[in-house]
Design a protein around this ligand. Structure first.
Ligand code: HPA
Length: 267
């Protein structure tokens, strides 16, 4: 950790972000608009090397309307074969850099029948169905306690702020429970029916490990899902493909970017 922080602090001249944002599939473009310092994950000691093509895989630091922000442009996933500790390491780094509020974003399949592709959903809670937990292993009391409370990971005051921002921009925001499976295969229709019965509104393969670690470290979390498709077997759903997920998030990204910008101003 020490060498990671030293490296970042040198590159950013001691920039102290208060807000952290993890930008999900198809949503990374937001960070292109505001960039004071950008560091490739490949260069940061102890960070996973970026496996994604293009401009993704960077830690971007920017002052956005007076708010000091650090953004992850692209994330690593559990399904790539990394450990939970590896994929959540950047959250601990953000905490040490001074981040108090973490905004997690992702593309997700809509389980709730009232959702349609391109909707934005504010995450109110989650179900961890990944089969493991990022806090398994020796505890570091310097970061958090052994048995952290999880009764309000996604803070109500942040949800209210997001709702007000949505209203101001005329964006109708959905609310719901995010269900995380490990992937990389999409779910079967039976699994989606199960997720719905268990209380899920949307399903995806990320976010939950980061939310658990952020909550453990005492950060406030806001989660935003871009509904990129109807989940497997939901009435009207088509065969799933990653390109469809990216296409839909691309079409939703102007609303997403406007919402994020508005939220940053207020949090
Ligand atoms: N399932 C899981 N992950 C996803 C989906 C989905 O339908 N869409 C985008 N990420």
């Amino acid at each position: 950790m020490e060498n990671t922080l030293k490296f970042i602090n040198e590159k950013t001249e001691g920039f102290r972000p208060e807000i952290g944002i993890i930008l999900g599939s198809g949503l990374g473009e937001f960070a292109d608009e505001y960039c004071d310092y950008a560091i490739s994950y490949n260069d940061i000691p102890n960070f996973l090397k970026s496996t994604v093509q293009g401009h993704k895989g960077r830690l971007v630091f920017a002052d956005i309307d007076g708010k000091k922000t650090v953004m992850m442009q692209g994330r690593n996933h559990f399904y790539e074969g990394h450990t939970m500790a590896e994929i959540t390491y950047p959250v601990k780094v953000m905490k040490k850099l001074g981040v108090k509020t973490l905004i997690l974003t992702n593309a997700a399949g809509g389980v709730n029948k009232n959702f349609k592709p391109s909707d934005l959903m504010i995450i109110t809670d989650h179900i961890n169905f990944m089969g493991t937990n990022p806090l398994i292993g020796p505890n570091n009391p310097d970061l958090g306690e052994r048995f952290p409370d999880m009764s309000e990971i996604y803070k109500k005051d942040l949800i209210e702020i997001a709702d007000k921002c949505g209203e101001k921009l005329g964006i109708n925001l959905q609310h719901g429970v995010y269900f995380a499976s490990s992937g990389p295969s999409y779910e079967t229709p039976a699994e989606i029916r199960m997720a719905g019965i268990l209380g899920a509104d949307a399903v995806g393969m990320s976010t939950v490990p980061e939310a658990i670690v952020a909550n453990y470290c005492g950060m406030k979390v806001l989660g935003i899902s871009c509904i990129s498709n109807l989940a497997s077997g939901v009435e009207g759903a088509q065969k799933l493909s990653h390109s469809e997920v990216i296409e839909t998030t691309n079409s939703a990204k102007s609303g997403f970017k406007a919402l994020l910008k508005e939220i940053i101003k207020v949090v």
